[in-house]
Design a protein around this ligand. Structure first.
Ligand SMILES: [Zn+2]
Length: 342
């Protein structure tokens, strides 16, 4: 029996490779690198990951069938983004998009998919579910790696978000959202989303809203330091620095208001090893004081897994198609004991 870490925010396809290659490089090469990343993650102690965006399903199948070494993956497919949003990586000379315009490369490679209205959100959500997404990822505010959207922008109307939540719920699963800002977080909570990913710009009211609604907070220690994902564009770097400056404050708000805290590294576009990150964390502004590593529990999947309901990927059609081994035990790091009972 070997203990392992559960990584609640990972992109196995985008980790271990730079952003440009992941988005625009030869797809076969990107997937080969990802298979090595999976092995590295396992050797670093991750026995389970929740993948929150990218074409991770083929690799998941190979891992589940014992063809490749790697962590058990609760895989996603493409993340939904509005036009101009966090997942829109088109060049400006590719605009405007007409009804006959073919899907962009980033959409064809199943990294992100554009949807701009309730009908489009419903269609794209259902397409991801048809491709066996274990949950739906929606980008609901300005991103760091994206070029056109300032961090403070709100993305998707509440009705759009509700549409994704309803379509996912009808399939027995849920929506998690990538968003940094207080207004975006509040809108997502109102729309019924279950997990907020990032949230470094959150204010006290937004963190309290997450706690009151029982929404999980998947915040990562982004510090814009030497371990941060390299950014070549000054617009990206400026946003990265802004998020980094707010990270410690957001962790303090989380400690104060106690939403359910999920541990994830967003380990992407970098080769920084988990153990190096962990070692630097002990002396960095976001330290073990913030994570407060808990105990080594007996077999107990994270309570966030409950959101899958009857569509839990290890108990339904996903599991019947693969021989998915359960990890024998997991190390769950959390800020509060509440995470065990939530
Ligand atoms: Zn991420």
């Amino acid at each position: 029996m070997a203990p392992g870490l559960v990584g609640m925010h990972a992109h196995i396809i985008l980790a271990g490779i730079n952003e440009q290659t992941a988005l625009y490089g030869e797809a076969t090469f990107v997937h080969l690198v990802a298979s090595r990343t999976a092995s590295t993650m396992l050797n670093q102690g991750f026995t389970t990951i929740r993948d929150v965006g990218g074409p991770a399903f083929a690799l998941k199948l190979a891992i589940d069938r014992g063809i490749m070494p790697g962590p058990r993956s609760f895989a996603s497919v493409a993340a939904l983004s509005q036009t101009s949003g966090q997942g829109d990586f088109r060049l400006l000379d590719e605009l405007p998009r007409m009804p006959t315009t073919p899907a962009h490369r980033v959409e064809r490679e199943v990294i992100n998919i554009l949807a701009d209205s309730v009908p489009e959100v419903l269609r794209r959500t259902r397409e991801q579910l048809m491709k066996w997404a274990s949950k739906i990822n929606v980008m609901a505010g300005g991103g760091v790696s994206s070029l056109y959207d300032p961090l403070e922008t709100a993305q998707y109307l509440e009705d759009d978000l509700r549409a994704a939540v309803q379509a996912a719920a009808d399939w027995g699963t849920y929506v998690c959202t990538l968003v940094y800002t207080p207004a975006g977080i509040q809108r997502c909570v109102k729309a019924g989303e279950k997990c907020i990913e990032h949230g470094q710009l959150a204010d006290a009211a937004a963190v309290k809203a997450m706690a009151d609604a029982g929404v999980w907070c998947g915040i990562q220690p982004f510090l814009a330091d030497e371990d941060a994902n390299p950014k070549s564009d000054p617009r990206q770097r400026a946003k990265q620095v802004e998020v980094g400056e707010r990270t410690v404050r957001s962790f303090d708000l989380v400690r104060r208001h106690s939403p359910r805290l999920a541990f994830g590294t967003d380990y992407s576009s970098t080769r920084v090893a988990w153990h190096e990150w962990a070692a630097s964390s002990t002396s960095s502004p976001v330290s073990c004081r913030h994570w407060k590593p808990c105990v080594w529990p007996p077999v107990r999947p994270a309570n966030c897994w409950r959101y899958w309901g009857r569509a839990h990927p290890t108990t339904t059609r996903w599991a019947r198609c693969v021989r998915a081994p359960w990890p024998t035990c997991c190390l769950w790091m959390a800020a509060r004991r509440r995470v065990w009972t939530g």
